[in-house]
Design a protein around this ligand. Structure first.
Ligand code: DSN
Length: 417
């Protein structure tokens, strides 16, 4: 019982140590990832993992839950204060389950959802035909305007009028611009639809006051907790008080059994961290860094979808510079140089999702490690140099060394070294 992990399982220690080195030595630019704090990770690996606690604070199905109630209540109260919402359910294990619970609570199978299509920037759970959402519900999809590559609210109003959805999902995984939640509310009201804001990507930006706030407008808000919000892996649902019971019942017993109290404790820690003043500074810096990175990539000759970014991410259209280079190939070349991005379709992409014509880049992780606008110029130049010299292994090796040198100036998790 009391042996250290290294004594019990050196193989797992070795693999973890290798990934620590990778995380330290690479420029991690996947916009949905982040480095959680030591405090968050400590809570996440605590003894709270040992307890079953089906139910909610004060009404559990098992005995011995008094401290589980304390943990969950703390997480709920902190989330309510952070996002200014009436009710929070902190139990969903992941973002997909959170969205599934909302649909389960608010809709019947076959009802119509208006959501952003996956290939234009939406999420699987916004109605993709390979996902439960696309199978169980009638999906009307929206995308971006072909000229501006931005969401056109007149078009959304037209689609809402045409399809009369019961629920409208506003949110995305690959959209570099702000959402005007007030305008979405007006459209939802005009057709009598519920408005769900999926803020998984931008929750940190919203808590940090650098993105418009959905709380006054949305009936329900879902988010993961590990992206810009910088908590542990997990999710939550926020809603108006009138929907509290059906949302709670949809999560448990509707979809899940026992909640993961250790990650709920870690969520509580993350919400505390997110309410500190320096979290706002961090979120503002994420956006400044994204703008600086975008600007330099454009100077270097790349086209970014919609011409830039307002948030933490950008989509690079590779076809503008290299007709034959796919997103998949570009991401692999960049990984050779220690730069981690993901391939991503661009709006109206002619390539398939496994190939793509774009890559998606974001600044949450490099901002967490302390990089600022000056470093963004180097990051953009490393990306450019790598793609220009993608067939030259020796040049990619040289860039890899430069990436390591830059990363060494911005250490992560020094206590682990
Ligand atoms: N997989 C996430 C992303 O990378 O955007 C969405 O849930």
């Amino acid at each position: 019982m009391n042996k250290l992990l290294g004594e019990v399982d050196p193989q797992i220690v070795e693999i973890t140590a290798k990934d620590l080195t990778r995380q330290q030595d690479s420029l991690m630019l996947i916009p949905s990832e982040n480095y959680a704090s030591r405090a968050v990770m400590e809570a996440q690996s605590s003894i709270l993992a040992n307890k079953y606690a089906e139910g909610y604070p004060g009404e559990r199905y098992y005995n011995g839950c008094q401290f589980m109630d304390d943990v969950e209540s703390l997480a709920i109260e902190r989330a309510k204060a952070l996002f200014g919402v009436e009710h929070v359910n902190v139990q969903p294990h992941a973002g997909s389950q959170a969205n599934m619970a909302v649909y389960h609570a608010m809709l019947e199978p076959g009802d119509t959802i208006l959501g952003m299509s996956l290939d234009q920037g939406g999420h699987l759970t916004h109605g993709a035909n390979v996902n439960f959402s696309g199978n169980l519900y009638n999906i009307a999809a929206y995308g971006v305007n072909a000229d501006t590559e931005r969401i056109d609210m007149e078009e959304i109003a037209r689609l809402a009028e045409q399809h009369r959805p019961k629920l409208i999902v506003v949110g995305a995984t690959a959209y570099p611009r702000h959402f005007d939640f007030a305008a979405w509310r007006q459209i939802a009201d005009a057709v009598g639809a519920y408005l769900l804001a999926d803020i998984a990507h931008i929750a940190g930006l919203i808590a940090g006051d650098v993105h418009p706030d959905p709380a006054p407008y949305a009936d329900v808000i879902t988010t993961t907790t590990h992206k810009t919000l910088r908590g542990p892996r997990g999710a939550m649902i926020m809603c108006r008080a009138e929907y509290a019971d059906k949302i709670d019942r949809a999560v448990f017993p509707g979809l899940q059994g026992g909640p993961f109290l250790h990650t709920i404790a870690a969520r509580a820690v993350a919400f505390k961290e997110a309410s500190e003043p320096d979290f706002k500074t961090y979120q503002a810096q994420i956006v400044k860094n994204a703008k600086a990175l975008a600007e330099r990539l454009i100077e270097n000759g790349f086209r970014l979808v919609s011409g830039g970014t307002d948030n933490h991410l950008m989509l690079m259209d590779l076809t503008s510079k290299y007709e034959k280079l796919s997103g998949r190939q570009a991401a692999d070349h960049l990984e050779d140089a220690g730069i981690i991005v993901n391939k991503n379709t661009i709006p109206f992409d002619k390539r398939k999702p496994r190939t793509t014509s774009g890559i998606r880049l974001g600044t949450p992780m490099i901002t967490t490690r302390g990089m600022k606008e000056d470093e963004m110029v180097s990051v953009a130049d490393f990306i450019t140099e790598t793609l220009e010299n993608r067939q030259k292994a020796s040049i990619k090796r040289q860039i890899r060394e430069k990436v390591k040198e830059l990363c060494a100036q911005f250490p992560i998790y020094e206590y682990l070294e």
